[in-house]
Design a protein around this ligand. Structure first.
Ligand code: GLU
Length: 316
């Protein structure tokens, strides 16, 4: 199990093998419990899907079971915001790892309402505010959903309305973050409009195969091999990947880079989207989380995958 590869990579065997190794550990970690809809998800599930840039899918376990993508949606709303506003978004949001909890308010005060990066909650809320320009909240929710369906080339993707409603009913911290930014003049729209969209984007349900397909443009220089359409420029894909690598795993981003070495974005639903540039898009899901709020078995599975394929961006 080492990063040296002379033989061709047998992905089917690697994916099946990782699933077999995870099976005895199913149920490890702590399921997110801040809303009942996530707390009652069976923790003993694990799905893995690897889609190579020629569109070939290798999957194992519960790869076809939909789960709440939660913060993984932030990688896609960032893509939309860059498409709509270009580099000017960096006036509102930074590009540095935060080193503090995903929903921290302390840093936001010290930095006058400019969130550290687009993947902590405050930053993602600021990004949603930017893409709300010219739309009603309802239109934007539809646009985000259509974007994911388009990327995954799959019209079956839906929003879990119960999750969205629960997020709204319990999202006091997010309400505080949004109002705090508004008080600094760093939010253009009313907090309830922005959060209405944010809670729905977090509540999108996708399975590993759909998610890996949706992320494929990031592995393929900005162009989706599924449709042949250019989603973003090559340079932009590279930059989104850079942000995912440095900021995509809450305050466990350094640890993820150390162990896995791939750009990735995780969510409290237990999903992780990882990108092996030039090679494949990978989605893994297992609901039990580690102490940083990242999928415990998901992180472990990606470590094994990156090691066995040699796909770490740091591998020589
Ligand atoms: N809806 C969650 C929140 O905003 C997302 C958490 C996450 O996946 O990081 O608190």
């Amino acid at each position: 199990m080492d990063d040296t590869h002379s033989a061709p990579i047998d992905l089917a065997t690697i994916v099946a093998g990782i699933y077999e190794e995870m099976k005895p550990r199913l149920g490890e970690g702590k399921v997110a419990d801040y809303i009942p809809q996530l707390a009652r998800v069976d923790p003993a599930q694990f799905g893995l899907a690897v889609v190579t840039i020629d569109g070939t899918v290798h999957s194992a376990g519960d790869a076809a079971v939909p789960f709440s993508i939660q913060s993984i949606s932030k990688a896609f709303t960032l893509t939309l915001a860059l498409g709509k506003h270009g580099e000017s978004i960096w006036r509102r949001v930074g590009r540095e790892p935060s080193g503090s909890a995903f929903n921290s308010i302390v840093q936001l005060e010290a930095e006058q309402g400019k969130p550290r990066n687009p993947f902590i909650n405050a930053g993602a809320i600021a990004i949603t505010d930017l893409i709300l320009a010219g739309h009603t909240p309802k239109e934007l929710i539809g646009e985000i959903l259509r974007f994911l369906r388009y990327l995954a080339n799959d019209d079956e993707i839906v929003i879990d309305r119960d999750v969205a409603q629960s997020e709204a009913a319990t999202g006091f911290r997010n309400v505080a973050l949004a109002n705090f930014m508004r008080s600094f003049g760093k939010l253009d729209h009313p907090a309830e409009h922005v959060l209405g969209v944010y809670f729905h984007q977090c509540a999108i349900a996708m399975n590993c195969i759909q998610l890996a397909r949706a992320g494929l443009f990031l592995a393929n220089g900005g162009t989706s091999p599924l449709t042949g359409h250019s989603v973003v420029s090559r340079q932009r894909a590279k930059r989104i990947n850079a942000l995912m690598l440095t900021c995509g795993h809450y305050d466990g981003s350094g640890d993820f880079a150390y162990h896995v070495g791939l750009p990735g974005k995780s969510g409290v639903g237990g999903g992780i989207l990882a990108v092996a540039p030039g090679k494949a898009s990978i989605a893994v899901w297992s609901p039990g989380l580690n102490q940083n709020g990242n999928s415990l078995l998901g992180s472990l599975a990606l470590e094994k995958l990156a090691s066995r394929t040699g796909w770490s961006v740091f591998a020589g």
